[in-house]
Design a protein around this ligand. Structure first.
Ligand SMILES: O=C(CO)[C@@H](O)[C@H](O)[C@H](O)[C@H](O)COP(=O)(O)O
Ligand SMILES: [Zn+2]
Length: 187
């Protein structure tokens, strides 16, 4: 299927026209993250490919600043240390790259945010299983179908799109909305 630029851009506008319906879930996610940060806990992020970039982007918003000048907030992307990722991947398998980091770095009361457009990435699902066992809260950002990741999460934000790029574009919009709400709540 070949689409011209106008078709692709129209598809982006169409998916974004549905995003306001996610307000209740976005409010809930912001409340979970705000409560954890206010109690001194950390927010961890993970995902693969473009979602790894989104995980890093969102962690940076908390550690750095989003819109307001304020103290650094503890956030961490599990996607950034190539030595950690290759050691765990090589020795234990790629499915373990995030779960093992959660077992090492996660603390009861922390929040784990997993981004997966399919909701089927096994390494993200394994990290959620580890987090659940340890008492972390879990927030899944997925596409409309949600997959097993959404089913097993404390909170699932299923954005109303089916194609990976459209889903990713909405994930970063949702992530930014959560950042803004958390920053305002903690100000
Ligand atoms: O960015 C893109 C496509 O837009 C790709 O890199 C994409 O993230 C990768 O194929 C991921 O492995 C997809 O994983 P997931 O979203 O299904 O968990
Ligand atoms: Zn992408």
């Amino acid at each position: 299927m070949t689409r011209c630029a106008a078709d692709i851009l129209a598809a982006q506008v169409a998916s974004f026209s549905r995003i306001a319906g996610l307000a209740p879930e976005v409010d809930q996610a912001a409340a979970m993250v705000t409560a954890a940060l206010a109690a001194g806990h950390t927010v961890h992020f993970c995902g693969n490919g473009g979602s790894a970039a989104d995980a890093q982007h969102l962690a940076a918003e908390f550690l750095g600043r989003f819109l307001a000048e304020r103290a650094a907030l503890p956030a961490h992307a599990l996607t950034t240390n190539s030595s950690t990722l290759t050691a765990i991947g090589n020795d234990y398998g790629f499915d373990e790259v995030f779960a093992r980091q959660i077992r090492g770095l996660g603390r009861k009361g922390d929040v784990l945010v997993g981004l997966s457009t399919s909701g089927r990435s096994r390494n993200v699902i394994a990290a959620f299983e580890a987090a659940r066992r340890m008492g972390l809260s879990t927030i899944a950002l997925t596409g409309a179908t949600g997959g097993p990741l959404a089913q097993g999460a404390d909170l699932a934000i299923r954005v109303p799109a089916d194609e990976t790029p459209r889903i990713q574009e909405m994930h970063i919009a949702v992530g930014h909305a959560i950042c803004e709400l958390v920053e305002a709540a903690l100000a």
